[in-house]
Design a protein around this ligand. Structure first.
Ligand code: AMP
Ligand code: MG
Length: 417
């Protein structure tokens, strides 16, 4: 058992993991210890996707005045009783109301005012006859109403859209584009939203060259950086990633001490000779978990350094992706006030072939959909990033399962929407 209170840990380099934490144990820790960051005020315009830090209750009515909802004529509904194509009602057109340009006159008995959609309903009127239901005789300034109207017909009353005191949006809401429209119509031009976590990415490895560079002998291109940057952005984090860090303890420590809300370390998270990050976190902060009962990603870890959350991601690209999604992504979303759940759509499908797993650890199986059935592609092969590109998604086999027989229905998480 991993003891979350334990401050320092023995140096495990070249000795292997004594125990591994269960995925659920780490999830429990994250849910208990990681909370939404404080709120900040931002302009409503441009706040789509941000997470509201407080409930929005309207102080005003929208619309603030009764409005015509059709192009037609503002009338007194009671006068139209009995009007039909066989018995048209003549009314005198005394004025005109356009959107943003109210009429000067009011509607007296026997009168109508030409009113366009969005115009202030003239005083005296209580309904609008759409142009389709009139016959206008322009020469004598009369209009002939061909239908009966009930009061309020084709009129938006003040507060029809939003009433004073209405609970408009709940706290925790990720603002949709249309939410911004409602907010500004309520006069709310600044909103209180959860601050976005600043996430420092620390990609370590003496063998790595940056994307675009040509690797020489024994070098490889750093494929984790673009993936991690995109993942952090997807989860609402602000990325800070100044470049590859060598497998050098002072350089890694300096990166770990970046003033960010979370630090993700890629590579050097295991028990090899050049795996410095776990020992640095244990020495200068608190290494809460190191080693996880899952495949891939077993050399992942989690800790704290000052106020920062540190997630140690294995360098193998599939492990890096998997450990990010299991732990780092969830933590970043919690910091930003977002949903705990994966942003992958789950669906239930039958397995085409059996899916073998080992009791005692979680397996992250990359799978493909073939004729709406799940075909397992890979469980092992932590370095084969293209397995995640060939896959449509993944199936998580829990630690208490030996896997599933062909034909079993299981949950599949789709990488694409
Ligand atoms: P490590 O976790 O540092 O022991 O690395 C495990 C394996 O992943 C090694 O084969 C590394 O070369 C490889 N690796 C580490 N970091 C990266 C990276 N950023 N991009 C691609 N492969 C990596
Ligand atoms: Mg390494």
């Amino acid at each position: 058992m991993t003891n979350p209170g334990q401050p320092a840990r023995p140096d495990v380099r070249m000795r292997g993991f004594a125990q591994r934490a269960q995925v659920t144990e780490i999830w429990q820790w994250l849910r208990t210890h990681v909370h939404a960051l404080p709120a900040e005020s931002v302009a409503t315009v441009g706040a789509a996707g941000r997470v509201l830090a407080e409930e929005i209750v309207s102080q005003v009515a929208v619309p603030s005045f009764p409005r015509a909802m059709m192009d037609g004529y503002a009338v007194r509904a009671s006068e139209t009783s009995g009007a039909s194509p066989y018995s048209p009602l003549p009314l005198e057109v005394v004025d005109e109301a356009l959107a943003g340009r109210p009429a000067r006159e009011s509607v007296q008995p026997g009168q109508a005012i030409r009113s366009m959609t969005g115009a202030l309903l003239p005083p005296g009127a209580d309904a609008v006859v759409p142009v389709e239901y009139v016959r206008e005789e322009r020469a004598d300034g009369k209009v002939w109403v061909l239908a009966e109207l009930t009061p309020g017909k084709h009129v938006a009353q003040a507060g029809d859209d939003v009433a004073v005191g209405q609970h408009v949006l709940p706290g925790g809401r990720r603002l949709r584009p249309q939410d911004l429209g409602v907010l500004v119509s309520l006069g709310i031009t600044q909103v209180s939203v959860v601050r976005q976590p600043v996430v420092r990415i620390v990609v370590t490895g003496d063998e790595l060259v940056p994307p675009g560079a040509t690797p020489r002998e024994a070098q490889i291109v750093d494929s984790n950086s673009p993936m991690l940057v995109a993942l952090v952005q997807r989860d609402g984090g602000i990325v800070r990633h100044p470049g590859i860090v060598r497998d050098d303890p002072p350089a890694i420590l300096a990166a770990l001490e970046d003033n960010a809300d979370a630090v993700l370390v890629s590579g050097g998270s295991s028990v090899g000779q050049e795996d410095h990050a776990p020992r640095l976190v244990a020495t200068h902060g608190q290494l809460v978990f190191h080693g996880v009962a899952m495949r891939p990603s077993s050399p992942a870890g989690l800790g704290r350094l000052g106020d920062r959350l540190v997630v140690l991601l294995p360098g193998n690209p599939v492990s890096c992706l998997c450990a990010y999604d299991f732990f780092a992504g969830r933590a970043i979303r919690l910091l930003g006030g977002r949903a705990w759940d994966w942003p992958y759509r789950p669906c239930r499908r039958r397995l085409r072939h059996k899916l073998v797993s080992t009791v005692g650890r979680v397996d992250y199986a990359r799978v493909r959909l073939v004729e709406e059935e799940i075909e397992p592609l890979a469980i092992s092969g932590a370095s084969i990033l293209s397995s995640t590109t060939r896959a449509d998604g993944f199936v998580v086999v829990p630690e208490d399962s030996e896997g599933y027989a062909a034909g079993t229905e299981v949950d599949l998480y789709l990488y694409d929407d």
